[in-house]
Design a protein around this ligand. Sequence first.
Ligand code: UD1
Ligand code: CA
Length: 460
Amino acid sequence: MHKGLAAVILAAGKGTRMKSALPKVLHPICGQPMLAYPIQAARKAGFEQMSVVVGHQAERVREVFAGEQVSWVEQAEQLGTGHALLCAAESLAGFSGTLLLLCGDVPLLQADILEQFLNYHKHEKATVTVLTAEMNNPEGYGRIIRNNEQVLKIVEEKDAMLEERSITEINTGTYLFDAKFVFEALKGLKTDNAQGEYYLTDVVAAAVAAGKKTRAISVPDPTQVMGINDRRQLAEAEAVMRWHINSDLMLAGVSMIDPTTVYVDKTVTVGPDTVLHPNVQLRGVTKIGSNCTVETGVVVVDSTVGDATVLKAGSAIEEAQIGPGCKIGPMAHLRPGTVLTGDNKIGNFVETKKALLGKGSQSSHLTYIGDAEVGSNVNFGCGTITCNYDGANKHKTTIEDDVFIGSDVQFIAPVKIGRNSLIGAGSTITKDVPADSLAIARSEQKVVEGWALRKKQKKS
Ligand code: UD1
Ligand code: CA
């Protein structure tokens, strides 16, 4: 931890243009709320001490980031970016080093850019350094007015004169300040501008007036500093981030047949030689092993998948642990609490929930396995159901190793089947079955010879 570094992130605005009941900074990008990205980038660049300024739905924002080591600062009324930073002064009382200011709605800014930015600021011994970008269309951004290296001022679009509007170097809203200087300068800000706000950008002119060094450095790629104001920009940012995630995975040995349709959250890991087919979603805290195949239409959320497992088309997997060498789907539904030890086969239209299956156990089609503990090498016939719910409570089905279950069997839980037993097709099992037994629970077949013929003759 650098003693002389601190960061403030501005996130108090409402985000009116999002047209949303959700605060702007909580809108997700590749599985994480927007605000998570500047927090992570600042931390990665060495800014451990951090204050986040919140206002609109402050409590809700704070709750989402409850685990983060940050100081929360409340800006009750949004009087402008300068006022927002001033609100953080108390949380940084006594701090006299270098202060980084980030906006909560600029999620694509990476730590390596911040590191270069900091190096430049230190090298120049500047009092204020602004991170800028060359934009083909600078509309809506503050413009950088320079005299060579010295930045004279930043002019907001709404306050800019015609010739100033043609300047293409814009303010990204990211700054490095001498902390002592900026908190003093903020006290002198006025609201005599087009928006009647306390502009943080006016600190630059204040530094020049005080005879200080001001600098600006441009990012190589302007998409890295794009601000999110509406949902089109949100989708654009998501596409950029998705491409970064997918290209990192491909460089690490993951194949994608069409990376433009693979949706992988930032929090997911995938092992080498795994192949992701088109239209796959891997979300949340998910870990996919190596040599796996994930076919089209598969959605995996908060789950672990072992090496050399095949997830076939259209399967939905949530909070499940799947061991190595499994074959899942097509169209299987693995619900929370499913644990497949390894070499398991779960076929089409099989649903599992809170079910532990030992090694090699399989259920190839049309089965419900819930609240069950199943040993190894158990074979489920087509149409087997663990009847776990009596309308009030859930009950457990226990099936030991090497049990063979015929088709269309119902287990009325709680019930236990001993190892190496065989359950006859069509049975409704209501009582425990000891090991090495045959259990058949169906009414005996009745045959009435000639009955059908007699019925036909009666009709004619
Ligand atoms: C600001 C800059 C502009 C820059 C642009 C880059 C000023 C005056 N202008 O304009 O030069 O080009 O960012 O994206 O700073 N916020 C608060 N409290 C407030 C006002 C804003 O916390 O009272 C937060 C917002 O939530 C947002 C950030 O500050 O995260 C920027 O505010 P916004 O209103 O979007 O500023 P811009 O008009 O985009
Ligand atoms: Ca903005």
